[in-house]
Design a protein around this ligand. Structure first.
Ligand SMILES: [Mn+2]
Length: 320
């Protein structure tokens, strides 16, 4: 692998006739905005572009209508051009069924901001100091000499506003970037609402059931407290997947608990467990104990059993 800069990536892309851009599985606005924004910039140069994400799930409603969506192709329709770019994917595995398309390209470019990304391309532009991959794409757009149009800026803004939690945990460098994007014409209010502040009406019923089932365990984690809830398969399947991923953000607001956990029954008896902590507890320790992993403040693992069994296992682990 080559440790690359934005200039290296631009040099590799500038002469390409056709580029395949790959987003990670269950795409979020950072991977999709990065993919579409880069795709639009390359289109300006006359490059043939396809953008795809693995799997067959439709795009979440929050991301429908992002500029450049016409570049999206279904995973099974991907051609696989000689130059491939992975955006916001910390590992090759995050490309799931499209990993082979990436691996089969002559030139393989990785653009990412995850600290855990050790590189898996022929050029790796990885910068963990960036709040989002989309901000790295902006550097590449600049290196390519492509004008920052409103559609490109909107795609980049989608990644920036969501990966910073509406700028709640944005680092200083993100604010000049945001200013530039807004000055390029991005409708920040509109996209914040669509990406972060809108739900299907059915979400209220499901979410209220999930919140009603929430339990507080003050003694857990040496008295720091755990708040957790379970989402049974039937309830989970009535929810859009992107909306189910935001449940942890509601549960973790409990003031009495340092750690939050959401158990989602993806298939009967099969659970995906999301863990979050606020300041003091390293949740990777818990996740690893169950064969999972992640970041210090956000980790996860898989579990098998009834709701009672999987929650009891976590409680046994964190109440000593
Ligand atoms: Mn990201």
């Amino acid at each position: 692998m080559t440790v690359g800069t934005a200039a290296d990536v631009a040099a590799a892309l500038r002469d390409a006739d056709a580029v395949t851009i790959l987003c990670h599985v269950r795409p979020d606005p950072d991977t999709l905005g990065s993919g579409l924004g880069l795709g639009l910039a390359l289109s300006e140069l006359g490059t043939t572009v396809e953008v795809a994400y693995p799997g067959t799930l439709p795009l979440p409603a929050s991301m429908v209508g992002l500029p450049g969506s016409e570049l999206l192709v279904d995973a099974d329709a991907v051609i696989g051009h000689p130059v491939a770019v992975a955006v916001d994917a910390a590992t090759l595995g995050r490309l799931e069924g499209l990993a082979g398309v990436f691996g089969g390209a002559a030139q393989r470019i990785v653009i990412d901001h995850h600290v855990s990304n050790t590189g898996f391309g022929s050029v790796d532009f990885i910068d963990a100091s960036a709040d989002c991959t989309a901000a790295l794409v902006l550097q590449i757009v600049d290196e390519l000499g492509v004008e920052l149009t409103e559609p490109i800026a909107t795609c980049i803004y989608a990644g920036l506003v969501t990966d910073t939690g509406s700028f709640k945990w944005a680092r200083p460098a993100s604010f000049p970037v945001a200013a530039r994007l807004l000055e390029a014409g991005v409708d920040g209010a509109k996209w914040s609402r669509q990406l972060l502040d809108s739900h299907a009406f059915a979400w209220f019923g499901v979410t209220s059931a999930v919140l009603a089932a929430t339990q507080l365990v003050p003694a857990a984690f040496d008295g720091e407290g755990l708040v957790y809830t379970t989402v049974p398969h039937e309830l989970l399947s009535s929810m859009a997947w992107d909306e189910s991923e935001s449940l942890i953000d509601l549960v973790r607001t409990a003031r009495e608990a340092e750690v939050a956990a959401v158990f989602k029954e993806s298939d009967p008896g099969q659970w995906n467990v999301s863990l979050r902590s606020k300041t003091g507890v390293d949740v990777t320790v818990v996740a690893r104990a169950f064969g999972g992993g992640g970041h210090v403040r956000a980790a996860g693992y898989s579990a098998t059993g009834t709701a009672e069994e999987v929650t009891a296992a976590l409680l046994a682990q964190c109440t000593g």
